[in-house]
Write a protein that binds this ligand. Structure first.
Ligand SMILES: [Zn+2]
Length: 55
């Protein structure tokens, strides 16, 4: 088993909120573009820590 490689991306919804998501199943809704980029970068760098911190 190797390290988990995540590649998170963002998409702008029709209501102008930004969703950050990853092919691994991680997703966060209701961001601004800035916070979505930050969340996506944080997820890629530490997916386990983000998962533990979510809720
Ligand atoms: Zn991921």
């Amino acid at each position: 088993m190797g390290p988990i490689m995540c590649y998170a991306d963002t998409t702008t919804e029709t209501d102008n909120t930004v969703t950050a998501f990853c092919y691994c199943g991680w997703v966060e809704y209701g961001h601004t573009q800035e916070s979505a980029d930050a969340a996506a970068e944080a997820h890629q760098n530490a997916p386990d820590a983000i998962d533990a911190a979510t809720v």
